[in-house]
Ligand binder design. Structure first.
Ligand code: ADP
Ligand code: MN
Ligand code: MN
Ligand code: MN
Length: 339
C-alpha cells in the first residue's frame, strides 16, 4: 500500500505570497523526503534555473483525504540548501531560538471573507445588503452566509490536529474568523498556514473562494485583520511586564517598522474607524478596541496575562508578525530585567 502526501508551500508572489501544493505518492511507512518544484511557475526562479527545493517542516493528518494521507508544510530552499529569498520561516526560527527562555506564545485571530461571483458571500448581485451591525456572531439566514463551509473547515482543522481555539461570524456579511493558539511561535505560524490552506481547499468544494484581502468591500464595511495575541512567561506573571511590552511596541522606530510588515494595504484598513486605530499613531489601552494594542480587561483585573496587537492585516505573514513582536518585546523585557 502507499499513502498520499500533500506538500504545501508559500510561493514568491508579491506583495503577498500565495499557497501552492502538489501530491507525492509514498510507499507505506516511508518517511517524508525532500522534494522539488518548478520555481519559474511560482515567481521563485527563472526558467533557465528553475528548480526549488521543498523541505518538510510540519505534517499532520489530511482530514479531506483521510486514511494515512498527510498534509506537509514545507520551507522553500535553493538547490544548494540555503533558504530561498521567499522563505520567511527561517528568520523566525532564529529569533524564536534566541528568546526561547522567555517562553513566548501567540494566539492569532484569522479573519477572512468568502467570495462568490466576485461579490462577498451574502451581498446581492447589485447594490448592498442592510448596513452592518447585526451580522457579528449572528444567527439566521438573513444574517449568516457560509456557515456550512465554516463548520466543515473547523471540522477539518480539528481532524488535522491543529490548535484551533474557536470561530465566529464577523461584522460584515460573509466575513468570518478562526483563532489558532495559544502556541509557540513556529507552531502557531505553521499551523495558521495549514489552516489557511484548509480554508481555501474546503471552500473550493462549495464553489466559493476565501480571501484575506484586508479591505474586501470599500465603504462603511469592516476590514479583515489578524489580531495577534502575545505573552511571555513574565507577562503571564506580572503586570509590569505587560506594560513594558506595550511601551516597547510604541518606542523609537518600532511602530513604523511593525506597520510596514503587517500585511500589504494596512493603511486602507487602519483608518481610525471600524474598531481600528489610525496606522500612523501608536496607542495602547485597557479594553480599547480603538487602540493599536489592547490589554484585555481581565488582564488588568488579574494583573497578568497577555496583550493583543490589533494592527496586523488578515493577509499578514505569521512568520513575520511573530518574529517582529518577539524581537521588539523580548529584547525590551530582557533589558528591563523583566524575564
Ligand atoms: P477577541 O475578544 O479579541 O475577539 P478571541 O477570543 O477571538 O479574542 O482571541 C483571543 C486569542 O488570544 C485566542 O486565540 C487565544 O488563544 C489567545 N490567548 C489567550 N491567552 C493567551 C496568552 N496568555 N498568550 C497569548 N495568546 C493568548
Ligand atoms: Mn476574535
Ligand atoms: Mn474579529
Ligand atoms: Mn481580537
Amino acid at each position: 500500500m502507499s499513502y498520499r502526501a500533500e506538500y504545501i508551500w508559500m510561493d514568491g508572489t508579491q506583495p503577498t505570497a500565495k499557497l501552492r501544493s502538489k501530491t507525492k505518492i509514498l510507499a507505506d511507512g516511508a518517511e517524508l523526503p525532500i522534494w522539488g518544484f518548478d520555481g519559474s511557475s511560482t515567481n521563485q526562479a527563472e526558467g533557465h534555473a528553475s528548480d526549488c527545493v521543498l523541505k518538510p517542516v510540519f505534517s499532520c493528518t489530511d482530514p479531506i483525504r483521510g486514511g494515512d494521507d498527510v498534509l506537509v508544510l514545507c520551507e522553500v530552499l535553493n538547490t544548494d540548501m540555503t533558504p530561498h529569498a521567499s522563505n520567511s520561516r527561517v528568520a523566525l526560527r532564529e529569533v524564536a531560538e534566541k528568546f526561547y527562555a522567555q517562553e513566548p506564545i501567540f494566539g492569532i485571530e484569522q479573519e477572512y471573507t468568502f467570495f462568490k461571483n466576485s461579490r462577498p458571500l451574502g451581498f446581492p448581485e447589485s447594490g448592498f445588503p442592510p448596513p452592518q451591525g447585526h451580522y457579528y456572531c449572528g444567527v439566521g439566514a438573513d444574517e449568516i452566509f457560509g456557515r456550512e463551509i465554516v463548520d466543515q473547515h473547523l471540522d477539518n482543522c480539528l481532524k488535522a490536529g491543529l490548535g484551533v481555539s474557536g470561530i465566529n461570524a464577523e461584522v460584515m456579511p460573509g466575513q468570518w474568523e478562526f483563532q489558532v493558539g495559544p502556541l509557540s511561535p513556529l507552531e502557531v505560524a505553521d499551523q495558521l498556514w495549514v489552516a489557511r490552506w484548509l480554508l481555501y481547499r474546503t471552500a473550493e468544494d462549495f464553489g466559493v473562494s476565501a480571501t484575506l484581502d484586508p479591505k474586501p468591500a470599500k465603504g462603511d464595511w469592516n476590514g479583515a485583520g489578524a489580531h495577534t495575541n502575545f505573552s511571555t512567561k513574565a507577562m503571564r506573571e506580572s503586570y509590569d511586564a505587560i506594560i513594558e511590552a506595550c511601551e516597547a511596541l510604541g518606542r523609537d522606530d518600532k511602530p513604523l517598522r511593525h506597520i510596514k510588515n503587517y500585511g500589504i494595504g494596512v493603511e486602507s484598513r487602519l483608518t481610525g474607524a471600524h474598531e481600528t486605530a489610525p496606522w500612523s499613531e501608536f496607542s495602547y489601552g485597557v479594553s480599547n478596541r480603538g487602540a493599536s494594542v489592547r490589554i484585555p480587561w481581565q488582564v488588568e483585573v488579574d494583573r497578568k496575562g497577555y496583550i493583543e496587537d490589533r494592527r496586523p492585516n488578515a493577509n499578514v505573514d505569521p512568520y513575520v508578525v511573530t518574529r517582529l513582536i518577539i524581537d521588539t518585546c523580548c529584547t525590551a523585557l530582557e533589558k528591563a530585567d523583566l524575564v
